[in-house]
Design a protein around this ligand. Sequence first.
Ligand code: R5P
Length: 282
Amino acid sequence: MKVVCTESSQILGARIADSLGAGLVDVKFTRFPDGELYLRTGPLDGETVIVGSVTSPEAFVQLVLLVDACDSSWNRLVVPYMGYARQDKRFQPGEPLSARAVAKVLSRGVAELFSVNIHDEGVLCHFEVPAVNLSLATDLGRYIGGMDLEHPLILAPDDGASAFAREVAAAGGWDSDHLDKTRLSGEEVRMAEKTIDASGRDVVIVDDIISTGGTISTAAGLLYQQGAKNVHAACVHGVLAGGAYARLRAAGVRDVACSDTCERGCSRYSAAQAIAAALRSC
Ligand code: R5P
């Protein structure tokens, strides 16, 4: 078995190869003079695991090209961060159901697909091959366990993330709760009061994605008003759009951590073990 990855997942791809004891394929990535993407893989043999997060439109095109270059419908595809999954409904007339459109394209030319904490499991039904969703809740819990916090409160910023927060909290036997969020725009949210008393406590806000940081910076402001000692942020997918890291730190968030599904300077724990284990067992 060999592992081949796009530029967006080169560190995670190498870690998966190490975990599997598999070889890593060298790929040349370049562009045509008009800006179109080009790639050429080194030698492939037998089953190939293709790894690529959809972190941008270009990363998506590169992944589609790589699947085509690998040219075997027996290959397995790992999409650690499935971009476009949040547009999983037609919110306004005339909009695309982007999650479905992307899932259909990614289903072509592979036998099976794996993703990590996909935004909504309902998106899995849009893939046209068997698709498995893995959760890093326990891995994130293990990371938080190493942060040396005193009996932290694990908090989801909305009801949708509360099951994830409970799973993270279970890893360390900590309390968990959630806030009520109303989204006002792409960057602005409104938060309602919560029931658990955060005063004097270390709070870790956990979510599947940090995109603009609007959700967590608003939550942090509310928690500090309630007397929280320290607020930390941790997620699976650190999309970090439009200066989100700085926005969070400026809002008083002590620390921002994400996994390597999006490869960032604050990627502090890895999805590699969970992905390798799933590939071994399927
Ligand atoms: C939304 O449902 C997601 O779970 C995240 O809460 C959201 O994507 C975070 O976005 P932002 O960081 O832009 O507030």
